[in-house]
Every structure is written in structure tokens, then in C-alpha cells.
Design a protein around this ligand. Structure first.
Ligand code: GLU
Length: 471
């Protein structure tokens, strides 16, 4: 690459209604590479399939990228709006004799395919109209425009991930660039767009590798310099098979719903197939500083949901308490028996430092915080029930009298009161804390008991203890 050349990468999704995790990773790599090089990262929506490309499907992509913090430069380009330009290039190739009109009828193409199949050859176009004069076609017959593929030699790509990849030109046929209805084919549109958008590096899944050889034909015929290519290995499931529904979440929205933080998902996706020494957790700034294509491995990556959960837990602990509180309140809203008003919010916020230490996902965080919004009488799980023996209920009643006079009612003073109470009754602190936790939370797990008591507030603590006094 010339030192003066500005790197421009692109993400070119087809709006299918979801943003697949493999595509999201391609977007991340394009973004990081552009930022690493001080270049630009642009977005092109490949919306030529008009039925699928609804506004909703496009929004899924915008929302997903924004959620992951992958900001693109400039306005997104819509491929469908560029059809005229695609046609223009096809006609130029035709005028220059680098492409030709093919008048084959659907029946003829079918016969061609069947003949190839019968001979055990791949179904390639046989060049029927390559050297024929269009005047041989019936007047007014519809035609497609096909590119003249080189027949001899080989095409070579110096792929920035895969290394040198070669394909014999004989493997490629004269593909259609403009259909008989005047619409461009996918291969053609991609090349014209990448060229016009001055893309220097095409970073995409290696399922596009064969397309690249086809696309190169158009670059050559137009005399355009091709971009550099980097084909990323695909993401497989934990068992090595192609990632599918049965493995678990696949789309960005699903990961979001399952309670993953975008920065954790990005960190995980980056590390999946790209390495920099042993570093596991890298901030976005570090990612930009360190990312390079030479660090991308060649073999398929296996999705490891447990590892993702681990990375997520690390990020949760670092995340801002207000942000987590907002997320938890959203997840709790509409949950039966859980109040999500301002009082609950304040309790969740107060206890967040302790809560976030114990959760691996935002869903778990919300589950663990839900008790803060419940009202008496609480329901108790089996372990909590076990703690609430008649003796312990009496003990809690006595404790309530001590807690009633703690002032100020904060974690520090609550802690001191609990210790004094335990000592006075010759109990280990845990023998006080566990029944207390059970009566307050309905479960036997929570953040530190002092912080939990303080977060609930005196009135609520006394009410929850009071509710089991005569039961
Ligand atoms: N639109 C293609 C896809 O979603 C990507 C094409 C490309 O990156 O060149 O798979």
C-alpha cells in the first residue's frame, strides 16, 4: 500500500431482517482497520432485493451498528439507487468489446446446464454468444450482457488473511453483468460500487472468496485497480459445524436481548480469530491501536458462549452504575409483582456496585435486582424458607428493634449494628445475615448484607421482617 493512500473500508450488508454475528464481526474488523489506519469506514446497503429490503430491515442494520459503537463515515450508500451507474459501466464494457450480448433463451440455458451435469462438469455457460454476431439473433429478442472471461491462465489474489489464492480462469465462465430486464447482477454492482466509493480494502467473510475471482474480471476489464482483499474465516458453532440456530444466539439483537453489553460482544468477536499476545480484554482505543489484518487467523473460529459470558462479566463490573440501572429498570418493567417506580430505581442504583459483581449478563443482573421492587408478602425459595425457622423469625423480630434505631441508615452503620447484635446473642455473623437475607430477598444470595439492608431502606426492611413475625 502506498503510504499516501487513505484507507477506506466498507461494510456492505444485505438487509435480510437481521444482523448476523458473522457480519457484525466483519463490520467490526472493517471499522477497526479503518480507524487503525486513520482512514474511513463507510456503509453500503446492498438493497437490490426489493422485497426483502424494507425500511425495517435496514433499520436493524443501523441500530445494530450503532449499538456496537461502529460509527460509519458519511451517509450510507444505497446500492439500489446506483442502478443507472451499474448499467452505464455494463454498456461501456459492451461498447469496448469486453462484454457481449447473450441472446440465450431460458430453455437453451437449461439444456446447457443439463448437458454439463450429464458429463459431470460444473454448470457453466458455454460461451454460445461470445463470438456470434448479434445480428444472428431474432429481431427484438431480449438479451443479457455477459463479460468475456479470460479463458487461459489463472487469477491470483494476495489475500491479506488467506495468503495467495489461485483459481484457473477456465473455472470461471462468462458471467452476466446486466440481466435482460436491464438490472445489474450482484457481482457487477459490488465492483462498480467498491470502485466508485474508492474502497481500498475489502474485508469480508471467506464465503465470498469465489465471488472475488468473478469480481476481479470486472476490475480487469475496466482497467480499474482492484482493492486489497481480506477474507475472514467464518464463525462456527462450538462443535465446529456451521453456526446455526441450534447452537444458540446468532443475531446481534439476540445477544442484546440475552443481556450482553455491546463492548463485551465486540471484544469477544475481535478475540475470536484475532490475537494480540495474551491480551483478552482490550478497550476500544487499544483495539484500534493494535488491530491489524496480519493478526487474523486462517482457520474457522468456534463460537464459545461460555467465554463470551466471562468477558461480559468482566465488562459488567467495569460498567457505569447509572447505565446499568437504566438497563435493569427497562428489563424489569412489565415483570409481574415488581414495582419499577422511582423508589425501586433508587434501591437498584444504590445496590448496583454489589449487584454487578455477581452477574454475568444483564438478564441475570435484572433477575438478581428484582427483589428490590417486590412487595410484602414476599415469596421465598426453598433455601430461604429453610432459613426462616420459628427461632430465626423471633431472632429477626429482635433484630428489627435494633435496626429501627440505626442512624444514619447506611451500610456502615447497619454493619456495625449487625455485629453488635450477633455478639450480644453469641451468634456468628452469618447466622444473623442468612436469615436476614432470606427474609429481605426471598433467596439466600445477594450482595453484602449491609449494602442490601441499606439499599432497601429502613421502612422496607422493617416491613419485610414484620411480615413474617406471626406467620
Ligand atoms: N452483501 C453481501 C453480504 O451481505 C456482502 C458483500 C461484500 O461484503 O462484498 O453478504
Amino acid at each position: 500500500m502506498e503510504p499516501s493512500m487513505t484507507v477506506r473500508t466498507r461494510f456492505a450488508p444485505s438487509p435480510t431482517g437481521l444482523l448476523h454475528i458473522g457480519n457484525a464481526r466483519a463490520a467490526l474488523f472493517n471499522f477497526l482497520y479503518a480507524r487503525h489506519c486513520g482512514g474511513q469506514f463507510v456503509l453500503r446497503i446492498e438493497d437490490t432485493d426489493k422485497e426483502r429490503s424494507t425500511q425495517k430491515a435496514v433499520d436493524v442494520i443501523f441500530d445494530g451498528l450503532k449499538w456496537m459503537g461502529l460509527t460509519w463515515d458519511g451517509e450510507p450508500v444505497f446500492q439500489s439507487a446506483r442502478e443507472e451507474r451499474h448499467r452505464e459501466v455494463a454498456l461501456q464494457l459492451l461498447a469496448e468489446g469486453k462484454a457481449y450480448k447473450c441472446f440465450c433463451t431460458p430453455e437453451e440455458l437449461k439444456e446447457m446446464r443439463e448437458a454439463a451435469q450429464a458429463e459431470g462438469r460444473p454448470p457453466r455457460y458455454n460461451g454460445m454468444w461470445r463470438d456470434r454476431d448479434p445480428s444472428e439473433a431474432p429481431a427484438g429478442a431480449p438479451y443479457a450482457i455477459r463479460i468475456k472471461a479470460p479463458r487461459e491462465g489463472e487469477a491470483v489474489i494476495e489475500d491479506l488473511v488467506q495468503g495467495e489464492v489461485r483459481v484457473a480462469n477456465a473455472e470461471l465462465d462468462d458471467m452476466i453483468i446486466l440481466r435482460s430486464d436491464g438490472t445489474p447482477t450482484y457481482q457487477h454492482a459490488v465492483v462498480v460500487d467498491d470502485h466508485d466509493m474508492e474502497i481500498t480494502h475489502v474485508i469480508r467473510g471467506d464465503d465470498h472468496l469465489t465471488n472475488t475471482f468473478r469480481q476481479l474480471m470486472i476490475y480487469r476489464a475496466m482497467g480499474w485497480e482492484a482493492p486489497r482483499f481480506a477474507h475472514l474465516p467464518l464463525i462456527h458453532g462450538p462443535d465446529g459445524a456451521k453456526l446455526s440456530k441450534r447452537h444458540g444466539a446468532q443475531s446481534v439483537v439476540e445477544f442484546r436481548e440475552m443481556g450482553y453489553l455491546p463492548e463485551a460482544l465486540c471484544n469477544y468477536l475481535l478475540r475470536l480469530g484475532w490475537g494480540h499476545g495474551d491480551a483478552e480484554i482490550l478497550s476500544r482505543d487499544e483495539q484500534i491501536r493494535l488491530f491489524d489484518l496480519s493478526g487474523v487467523g486462517r482457520s474457522a473460529s468456534r463460537m464459545d458462549y461460555t467465554k463470551l459470558e466471562h468477558v461480559n462479566a468482566v465488562y459488567l463490573r467495569e460498567a457505569d452504575d447509572d447505565r446499568l440501572t437504566n438497563d435493569v429498570m427497562e428489563r424489569l418493567s412489565g415483570r409481574e409483582g415488581v414495582d419499577t417506580g422511582e423508589i425501586t430505581r433508587a434501591r437498584v442504583r444504590a445496590l448496583m456496585p454489589g449487584l454487578k459483581e455477581r452477574a454475568r449478563t444483564l438478564v441475570e443482573l435484572a433477575d438478581n435486582a428484582a427483589f428490590l421492587g417486590r412487595q410484602v408478602p414476599l415469596s421465598f425459595d426453598a433455601k430461604a424458607e429453610k432459613q426462616l425457622t420459628p427461632e430465626n423469625r423471633v431472632m429477626l423480630g429482635e433484630l428489627a428493634r435494633d435496626l429501627a434505631v440505626v442512624d444514619p441508615f447506611d451500610a456502615e452503620h447497619v454493619d456495625a449494628a449487625l455485629r453488635v447484635f450477633a455478639e450480644k446473642h453469641e451468634l456468628k455473623l452469618g447466622k444473623v445475615a442468612q436469615p436476614l437475607r432470606a427474609v429481605l430477598c426471598g433467596t439466600t444470595t445477594s450482595p453484602g448484607i449491609d449494602a442490601t439492608v441499606a439499599a432497601l431502606g429502613r421502612d422496607e426492611v422493617l416491613a419485610r421482617i414484620g411480615a413474617v413475625q406471626n406467620g
